[in-house]
Design a protein around this ligand. Structure first.
Ligand code: NAP
Ligand code: MG
Length: 492
């Protein structure tokens, strides 16, 4: 064997390779000790009198006290949104509405570093991702929907689109500012006003967004932010002044919300969980596919509803793919979310860490083989090493349930038919990935996979022009694109 051939066996990056720390400064962020509710353009103390701390998951340090809205507070916010709708937001010219959305987009770009640092502090995601993914995409969403605001009649020809009124929006903790943007941008473009409830563990970027709303001189009451826990979300859903409910979160809560709005005439969209198949055929470019597997499951610590959490590998390339994957996993850096070299940050909350640990223990007990590359986890905070399970049977919990953590389960297949059958064998249907050199195979797989979003030779790519949403227990309705406007409109 020649010298060059021998070298191919070695890890491309030696495992002892040490990076110097490259922390992003926290200085740019100014935290208040305590945050109230943002209602009618003002900071309002909660009538509930309740506050609770939001915590940095990488250090367990409390960052600030945040108001917990009660039923009365949610009511005040819905009224403020209702008044703002009647008082003019529904009547201003569409081009004027677009102007505000463009302003918000530009301010988000200008303040993106501040937002990125705060997102990583409060939620634990690596700064590389909040800086390069969450922030640019959030601004892009506002730019994109600003463009539609004065073209709604072209978006829905011959259908006379009209705004609904007040949108009640509830978002999860995995992409706090991005989910806010997915919700608020289309709602405002369509002429609605909103009351949004961020997740309990990640309220800070939504609260900083209130500052952007003021800076953009949006009329008071058009955007209201009520922080709190699930109770505030439930109050928002059932408030009679809400015309439309948009929810992103778990399937269980989604079902509860669907029951709560049944028979009320409120419009509803649900973006729920997933257990996506990432399918690698034997003709795929393997090194690229391995990058796609890594990005599919370890992006944002695997706290991604569309994560490629079930890897389906064609049998003939199984050994090769697993060897490459394990080697690549050894190069992932787990640690301080504010370090620019970090690939995997902190697990968002203690509860989420417990859930991941429970499912991983179940996988081991059921007989799957676990691999975790050697890595030293910080002592403080909530962490989980990147994990892969091989020798997984379809019936195992790790192959069925959404783990929502950096844990991949590997299954194999021989034929495209078997891949489709296994991929579709889940109650979810949010996303899927297909890796192959053949264009015809991509198209035939895309037709047969029951998933709302299908990536080919890439994974976790997002664009505001492209609709996103699920089938089956992953929910209904689409966000993004022209489709994302429809849930916020009625048609005459
Ligand atoms: P979750 O418990 O369902 O919470 C989502 C939001 O709903 C939070 O703001 C939560 O408040 C609130 N909430 C809780 N109980 C409620 C109730 N009874 N009525 C109204 N609102 C209520 O979900 P999560 O654990 O935060 O998020 C993870 C889940 O979201 C995963 O299953 C993931 O797949 C899914 N997700 C889906 C998408 C998508 O686009 N399809 C995107 C991201 C995440 P608290 O924060 O106080 O609990
Ligand atoms: Mg937090």
């Amino acid at each position: 064997m020649t010298e060059i051939e021998k070298r191919q066996d070695r890890s491309p990056v030696p495992s002892a390779f040490d990076y110097a720390p490259a922390p992003e400064s926290r200085e740019i962020v100014t935290l208040e000790d305590r945050y109230d509710l943002f209602i009618g353009g003002e900071w309002v103390e909660p009538k509930s009198g309740e506050y609770a701390p939001t915590i940095s998951p990488s250090s367990e340090e409390p960052l600030a006290e945040v108001a917990y809205a009660g039923a009365e507070d949610v009511g005040t916010a819905v009224e403020a949104a209702g008044e703002a709708f009647e008082d003019g937001w529904s009547d201003i010219t569409p081009a004027e509405r677009a102007k505000y959305l463009y302003r918000i987009a530009r301010i988000l770009q200008e303040r993106s570093r501040e937002f990125a640092v705060l997102e990583s502090l409060d939620g634990g995601k690596p700064i590389r991702e909040s800086r390069d993914v969450d922030l640019p995409l959030s601004a892009a969403h506002f730019f994109y929907y600003a463009g539609w605001a004065d073209k709604l009649e072209y978006a829905f020809p011959n259908r006379k689109p009209k705004a609904l009124g007040v949108a009640g929006q509830i978002i999860p903790w995995n992409f706090p500012l991005l989910m806010l943007s997915w919700k608020i941008a289309p709602a405002l473009a369509a002429g609605n006003t909103v009351v949004l409830k961020p997740a309990e563990s990640t309220p800070l970027t939504a609260l900083l967004f209130c500052d952007v709303v003021r800076q953009a001189e949006l009329p008071p009451g058009v955007v209201n932010i009520v922080t709190g826990d699930g109770r505030a979300g439930a109050e928002l859903v059932k408030h009679p002044g809400v015309d439309k409910v948009a929810f992103t979160g778990s399937t269980d809560v989604g079902k509860e919300i669907q029951r709560a709005v049944a028979g009320t005439g409120k419009k509803l969209t649900l973006e729920l969980g997933g257990k996506a198949a990432n399918i690698i055929f034997d003709d795929a470019p393997l090194d690229q596919a391995v990058e796609g597997i890594i990005n599919g499951i370890y992006f944002n610590q695997g706290h991604v509803c569309c994560a490629g959490s079930r890897l389906l590998v064609q049998e003939s390339i199984y050994e090769q793919v697993i060897a490459k994957l394990k080697r690549r996993m050894g190069t992932l850096r787990v640690g301080d979310p504010l370090d620019k070299n970090t690939d995997i940050g902190a697990i968002n909350s203690k509860e989420q860490l417990e859930k991941i640990k429970e499912l991983v223990a179940a996988g081991e007990e059921e007989g799957a083989e676990i691999f975790q590359p050697p890595c030293r986890l910080p002592e403080k905070g909530w962490w989980f090493a990147p994990t892969v399970f091989t020798n997984v049977a379809q019936s195992y919990r790790v192959a069925q349930e959404e783990i929502f953590g950096p844990v991949l389960s590997v299954l194999t297949f021989r034929t495209p038919d078997e891949a489709v059958e296994k991929a579709n064998n889940t109650p979810y249907g949010l996303s899927a990935g297909v890796w192959t050199e053949k264009g015809s195979r991509i198209l035939s797989m895309a037709q047969r996979l029951r998933a709302g979003v299908i990536w080919a030779n890439t994974y976790n790519r997002f664009d505001p022009a492209s609709p996103f949403g699920g089938y089956k227990e992953s929910g209904f309705g689409r966000e993004g694109g022209r489709h994302g406007l429809e849930p916020y409109m009625r048609f005459e």
